[in-house]
Design a protein around this ligand. Structure first.
Ligand SMILES: Nc1nc2c(ncn2[C@@H]2O[C@H](COP(=O)(O)OP(=O)(O)O)[C@@H](O)[C@H]2O)c(=O)[nH]1
Ligand SMILES: [Mg+2]
Length: 237
């Protein structure tokens, strides 16, 4: 069994090397066969070159530079397509998602189809303003009632899964846009009766650099996504 950790990056020079090192240590310690696939969309801060300089000789580190395309979800799909593992882990590269939970997420995939790090199960949370935390929680309730999904954090983006769950679907119908891909992903997987386990995760503040999320724009995009799914516009097979 091989694990591929997929890291979409854009302007993350302040955290990326530390993160790759930490993940490598954790996975080596678990004696796992692994690779770390980093998909960089030609960051202006030189993130890609930093990775090549630091890990150019490490066969477990696979840096990919995309010149002609941009965007979080399509970067993840690019990583999936260029990965060789049976178990895939996807996470942010700014330490919002604590790497120490990766082994648990991987272990869960031995028993369930998908493991999700959730801020909204007991023990989970987020280092942010109360307004953003409860706003996001409320939006998840809206997703739950509108789409009938049972997952509590439909905007997580910190998850692990057996690659085979993508068989028989068109991943490009799911992995586009920004964090909205995760709403489509969980909806489709629940429709296909995949078993998902959510574990509590506390999102820490990013370590350096700036967030790329434009909250107002994404709120509109996520709402449109929910309504499109609700009215049957998601054709994923
Ligand atoms: N490849 C790629 N990664 C991106 C893009 N936009 C954001 N990311 C990465 O996606 C993750 C989430 O972005 P972030 O700015 O931390 O969003 P936030 O956690 O909502 O503040 C980070 O690892 C970013 O580097 C993009 O256009 N392309
Ligand atoms: Mg972040």
């Amino acid at each position: 069994m091989k694990v591929s950790v997929i890291l979409p990056t854009y302007n993350e020079k302040e955290s990326i090397l530390l993160l790759i090192r930490e993940i490598s240590e954790i996975l080596s310690h678990e004696l796992l066969d692994y690779e770390i696939v980093i998909v960089d969309d030609n960051s202006k801060d030189g993130t890609y070159q930093l990775i090549v300089d630091a890990f150019g000789n490490d066969p477990c580190i696979v840096p990919i530079l995309r010149l002609n395309e941009k965007g979080l979800a399509s970067a993840i799909l690019h990583g999936i397509r260029n990965s060789t593992g049976d178990i895939l882990v996807v996470m942010d590269t700014d330490f919002n998602h604590p790497p120490k939970l990766i082994p648990l997420l991987i272990k869960i995939t031995g028993y369930f189809d998908i493991a999700v790090g959730s801020r909204y199960v007991i023990g989970g949370g987020m280092e942010t303003s109360r307004l953003r935390y409860f706003g996001s929680k409320l939006f998840n309730k809206f997703i739950h009632y509108t789409l009938g999904v049972r997952t509590t954090d439909n905007l997580s983006g910190f998850f692990a899964f057996n690659k085979s769950i993508l068989d028989g679907i068109r991943p490009e119908a799911i992995f586009y846009g920004y964090g909205d891909y995760f709403i489509r992903f969980l909806y489709v997987m629940q429709k296909r009766k995949k078993i998902i386990l959510e574990i509590p995760v506390f999102y820490e503040d990013r370590k350096g650099g700036l967030s790329k999320t434009n909250l107002k724009k994404e709120l509109v995009r996520y709402s449109v996504t929910v309504f499109k799914i609700r009215f049957g516009k998601l054709k994923y097979t």
